[in-house]
Design a protein around this ligand. Structure first.
Ligand code: SAM
Length: 189
């Protein structure tokens, strides 16, 4: 069930729930406070693998605490202190799903944000690794400095993806102010 107010993060979890299965190999490309890492770990179970990336050590610390609090420390979750543009240095096997949540770390330093070139680099890596029918989600937050530029570059890149190889869907609020988030789903055909 969705919450009564449709939040972008709950909506993405709601959609991905039906597409990620026990034993899957998945990526959290922007670990942050670990909410998506926990969601992914609960979906793939102890037989699956979660690879989570963030450039800030504080994100790894907060996520590790959440993993322990949720009693998931026996699960196969790798917390990697590196950028998602380097995903292929850690993963060579194909993946079933990946999640991106762009912008800054909530409750952290708002001047450290995702950036267009590394974000597109990370998306390209994920698309190369994605299995047929595999899915990637991207929530684009763009209210911060440089956010509009990143949004435009990411959308520009995705619009040019071959429709033969990938289906790309954009979901957005049409009546909310304050730069409401944009949600993207990409599935390999
Ligand atoms: C909006 S937050 C992610 C929220 C997170 N998904 C959660 O569940 O709490 C964005 C995160 O992306 C991280 N980030 C910025 N550039 C990155 C990069 N090149 N690779 C991986 N993470 C990056 C930031 O440090 C920040 O923690």
């Amino acid at each position: 069930m969705l919450n009564s107010i449709i939040r972008a993060t709950s909506f993405v979890h709601h959609v991905l729930k039906g597409m990620i299965h026990e034993g899957d190999v998945v990526v959290d490309a922007t670990m942050g406070n670990g909410n998506d890492t926990i969601f992914l770990a609960e979906r793939v179970g102890p037989g699956g693998s979660v690879f989570s990336f963030d450039i800030q050590q504080i994100a790894l610390d907060r996520t590790l605490k959440k993993i322990i609090d949720n009693k998931l420390d026996e699960y196969n979750i790798k917390l990697i202190n590196d950028g998602h543009e380097n995903i292929e240095g850690y993963l060579t096997d194909t993946i079933d799903a990946a999640m991106f949540n762009l912008g800054y770390l909530p409750g952290g330093d708002h001047s450290i944000t995702t950036k267009p070139d590394s974000t597109i680099g990370g998306i390209k890596s994920v698309l190369r690794l994605l299995k047929p029918k595999g899915v990637a989600s991207i929530i684009i937050y763009y209210g911060h400095e440089g956010g509009v530029n990143e949004k435009q570059k990411v959308l520009g890149f995705l619009e040019k993806l071959s429709g033969k190889n990938f289906s790309v869907m954009k979901c957005c609020y049409i009546n909310q102010g304050n730069n409401p988030p944009i949600i993207i789903f990409i599935q390999r055909n």
